[in-house]
Ligand binder design. Sequence first.
Ligand code: PGA
Length: 250
Amino acid sequence: MRRPLVMGNWKMHGTRGSVRRLLKEIAVAGESQAAEVVVCPAFVHLQQALNLCEGTAVSVGAQDCSHMTAGAFTGEVSAEMLLDLGCRWVILGHSERRQYHGESDDLVAAKLAAALQARLLPVVCVGETQEEREAGEAEYVVSRQLRGALEAQAGLQQVVVAYEPVWAIGTGLTATPAEAQDMHAFIRAQLGEIAGADPDAMRVLYGGSVKAANAAELFGQPDIDGALVGGASLDANEFRQIVAAAGGPQ
Ligand code: PGA
């Protein structure tokens, strides 16, 4: 049985005030959900988020980490540093990092190796662009990203995959539940072909304009194990409804 997982990717948003307000409503002591809940604020807000989530069922993750362990890499943050701070999770290979920071499959693979070595729980993002989908290349692209990151790694059972079609991120367009399910089933089949991965034990999240209004239908698909939520995770009420759709309070 795969436990549902709902992650909020706050991207480059927030102030210390808004982090406090949001987490007061999201991370409530004594409240637990059927779904595992994780929030991923910007690096500078991680410590504050960790403090506010202490004693609650909400975990904290980062949005990226370096592929290097330590050294003269100005501006970088290592997986070890994140673990040392108290983070449990890290998002890797988000399409915005691939698009705006030129992250290749090889770099994502190196970051994944660093995260696994530090025993962080990695969420590897994959997904095709609109042009790639229209050209009939969606599965090819997702397979290349998946294999590029995961093949030849040890400890794959800890890895979560997030399918985020680039055309659905922040656009208000969502893959239909059937479209998303098809790709999730494809991803699970691909995971089955990657040595060391047990596809039935690994969680595959959907991401791209997930909101309270469409979450339940997406989560109703057999291969969708939760969501990576961007915009809607900045609204406590929306986010709580998405978490509830993934299983409800315990
Ligand atoms: P969105 O972002 O929910 O705002 O579309 C999802 C993501 O980029 O992880």
